[in-house]
Design a protein around this ligand. Structure first.
Ligand code: SF4
Length: 759
């Protein structure tokens, strides 16, 4: 599947030497995380491995791959088209999984989704075809499962436009979730920046048994570290317990590491990974990795004395690990199974279980499905039916086809389970849930990863819990959250008391994996003549025009658009929810620009004074009026402006609507960089108190742009309504390359010029 074996051969041919070089430069043994990151430093980066400070320094890296899901791929690829390249700079894939709504079952739901999102899928298919990108059609599977089965490899570095990209850590790859702007840069041949992470070692000892599964490891870790404990950190798992877990079990753990805010999670290479590579048709890769196996994991000295090399160490004994259930409303509220029923009663959570949902990218391996099917099979033979609604979401067509061939889906069917499309569905809120009364407090349990309020069905009354697929299956059969399958019994349809035995499963299908149509579409060998499909009247997709270059003069006479007060996250700047429908249409989505920001003069949102008319209007509307009048404008913000998830729209919308300057007390780093990439001026008050000097009807000039250079402040002249003026000093963090982005009107304009040979 466009997996470049030759590239991999070269990667591994140099691997040992590159690790030795880094080790020598650091003069100490290395964690696996360091080996991978430090061997992927961007070639022009001057970073010295020995001096990089974890959790502090921002460093440029060169990823090996890019993966994109259908929702986030749209703007990333529309931007990439502007780079003027004939094909992507690194191997990339697109996966159609987020736009499929779960309603009636796989076949009908898939048909409806393909119909409803046809223009988006047609665009993604054609743009992939043209630029050498592998395209996985709707129904092919969920991005992370497909990546694991086809593309992940030990010792690699990948970025993906989805938060659960770390799933590939189960195959020894550093895989990190990013925004579309980062994906666009890497596909266009630019470096990718990351804060050098802290490294948390998780020492797993012993072996899982009975009802405990890999999912319980991460449920336990989430309880220890909480949703913030992994921030700016990579979790590196090691120990005999780590080696006892299947590769897919490892992936489950890495996948859900996103819930503790971790940059990513990783396991060192071992025989279970080799087994998975062979089992999924990648014998050649396994042969190569086996040859350098000891180099694809952390150095032995590190694991022998972990506290000397990791920033924090966590110990977990798998022999003693109990199954866990986490929630509701947050994934770090961890309950050992034996204490859960009591917690349900004490907190008054609805004990009746409405729906149990298994599968998703987190838990849909052959091992997961076979263990859950073993519970379903014994339930059927013991004359039990699922008392809750029960759904199964396979992670890929390969797994679905294989488990159907092996008769496992029949066991779910026998207890009333419904198989959904191989897609995200209920996990991302694409779920037309049947509910008798949405006002009623209700409980669901899933084997997914996130359980924040409203995530699955949009209903704030839904209490969502997270557990392993085997525990979810058992609880769906009982229809009762307080049921403990390890100790409790159930009454069957014939009135007899029965118990459930421990789950049994296999990591691999005895007859091997099989698939009739994987849903993969290879790109054209020469995409030059391929036409990208975007209908000019579409309200969901719009081709982009390059932003204009800097005019070569100071920027003068700009009105203030809004002075935002307090928190102004990327969500305040570019709201999600219904707006996500327009994420491929810059002009339409720009109608949400800054509508969540609080106007410092009125305390209201989405209401600012139009200096041309004196009337108050919606922020995007007023900005469009300035644009029509040929006026650039200034947005003023408070501390940490642009925090939150990296969203390129939050930087592109102001640029598109003609805002020229974002001036704040301080920036969230990623947003600041995103603004620079779009050719905006991202500036900070040299004196933070100057924020208070900005008046609602000010006109502003930015001065000194012809001498714009690193480390040298710019100036702003404020002209108040009464004609009085003040001059402020403005700081910036632009380096030479970023100043070139500003001059060219955006980073992509430079790449396009280079691609055309004009630079
Ligand atoms: S299944 Fe859920 S967690 Fe996985 S990619 Fe889809 S939405 Fe994200």
């Amino acid at each position: 599947m466009t997996f470049d074996l030759e590239m991999l051969r070269q990667h591994y041919a140099q691997w040992t030497q590159r690790c030795d070089d880094v080790r020598q430069s650091c003069n100490r043994p290395l964690t696996l995380t360091e080996k991978i990151l430090l061997t992927h430093l961007w070639s022009d980066s001057n970073a010295s491995p020995a001096q990089l400070r974890r959790g502090v320094d921002y460093v440029d890296f060169a990823p090996d791959r890019v993966a994109m899901q259908d929702a986030t791929a749209q703007m990333a690829l529309l931007q990439f088209m502007q780079a003027g390249r004939p094909s992507v700079a690194v191997p990339s894939t697109v996966h159609c999984d987020h736009l499929i709504q779960a309603k009636a079952g796989a076949a009908t739901d898939l048909r409806e989704a393909v119909d409803k999102n046809k223009e988006v899928f047609d665009f993604l298919s054609s743009v992939s075809d043209k630029y050498g990108i592998g395209f996985w059609k709707p129904g092919a599977g969920i991005i992370h499962q497909v990546i694991l089965e086809n593309y992940a490899f030990p010792g690699g570095l990948m970025i993906g436009t989805d938060s659960h990209t770390p799933n590939a850590g189960g195959l020894g790859m550093i895989a990190i979730g990013v925004g579309g702007a980062d994906a666009c840069d890497v596909m266009a041949g630019l470096a990718w920046e990351l804060k050098m992470p802290r490294i948390i070692g998780v020492h797993l000892r012993g072996k899982l048994s009975g009802w405990a599964s890999a999912k319980d490891v991460i449920l336990k870790v989430a309880g220890i570290l909480t949703v913030k404990g992994g921030t700016d950190a990579i979790l590196e798992y090691f120990g005999d317990g780590a080696q006892s877990l299947s590769a897919t079990g490892k992936s489950t753990i890495c996948n859900m590491g996103a819930e503790i805010g971790a940059t990513t999670s990783i396991f060192g290479y071992d025989h279970r990974m080799a087994e998975y590579l062979r089992g999924t048709g990648r014998k050649d890769v396994a042969t190569m990795t086996d040859a350098i196996a000891s180099h694809l994991t952390g150095d032995p000295e590190v694991y022998a004395n972990p506290t000397a090399y990791f920033d924090q160490v966590i110990e977990i004994n798998l022999d003693e690990l109990e199954p866990h259930i986490n929630g509701p409303f947050t994934p770090d509220l961890a309950w050992p199974l034996s204490q859960f029923a009591q917690a349900v009663r004490e907190h008054g959570w609805p004990a009746q279980l409405d729906v149990g949902l298994i599968g998703s990218c987190t838990n849909s391996s052959y091992e997961d499905i076979s263990r859950s099917a073993s519970i379903a099979a014994q339930a059927a033979s013991k004359k039990l039916k699922a008392q809750s609604e029960f759904t199964i979401t396979p992670g890929s067509e390969m797994v679905r086809y294989t488990v159907e061939r092996d008769g496992l889906l029949e066991h779910f069917d026998a207890i009333g389970g419904v198989v959904l499309a191989n897609a995200c569905g209920p996990c991302i809120g694409q779920w037309a849930r049947h509910s008798d009364d949405p006002q009623r407090k209700n409980s669901i349990i899933t084997s997914f990863n996130r359980n924040f309020a409203k995530r699955n069905d949009g209903n704030p009354n839904t209490h969502a819990f997270v557990a392993s697929p085997e525990i979810v299956t058992a609880l769906a059969i009982a229809g009762d959250l307080t049921f403990n399958p390890m100790t409790d019994s159930l009454i069957n349809t014939e009135g007899f008391e029965v118990t459930l035995d421990e789950p049994q499963g296999l990591a691999f299908p005895p007859k091997g994996f099989e698939v009739a149509d994987s849903g993969y579409q290879a790109p054209a060998i020469d995409g030059a003549s391929v036409k990208v499909h975007v209908h000019p009247d579409s309200d969901r997709l719009q081709l982009l025009d390059p932003f204009a270059a800097w005019e070569g003069t100071d920027l003068t006479g700009m009105p203030l658009l809004i002075k935002a007060q307090g928190k102004c996250t990327t969500d305040h700047i570019s709201m999600a929810g219904p707006w996500l429908k327009y994420r491929g249409h810059l002009d339409n989505i720009s109608n949400n620009m800054l509508i969540g920001a609080v106007n410092a003069y009125t305390g209201q949102t989405n209401s600012v004074r139009n200096q041309l008319t004196g009337a108050y209007g919606a922020v995007p509307e007023v900005q469009r009026a300035y644009k029509a009048a040929g006026l650039g404008s200034v947005v003023v913000g408070d501390e940490n402006y642009g925090e939150g998830s990296s969203r390129e729209h939050a930087a592109m919308e102001p640029r598109h609507l003609g805002v020229r300057v974002i001036l704040v007390r301080s920036f969230a780093r990623i947003h600041e960089t995103n603004l620079k990439k779009q050719g905006m001026l991202a500036l900070t008050f040299a004196n933070k108190a100057d924020y208070d000097l900005i008046q609602e009807n000010d006109r502003m000039d930015v001065l000194g742009l012809n001498e714009f250079r690193p480390g040298q402040a710019l100036r702003m002249r404020l002209t108040h309504e009464d004609g009085s003026a003040k001059e402020l000093q403005l700081n910036h963090s632009y380096n030479e390359a970023q100043i070139a982005w500003f001059r060219a009107g955006g980073a992509l304009n430079i790449i396009r010029a280079q691609a055309a040979g004009h630079s």
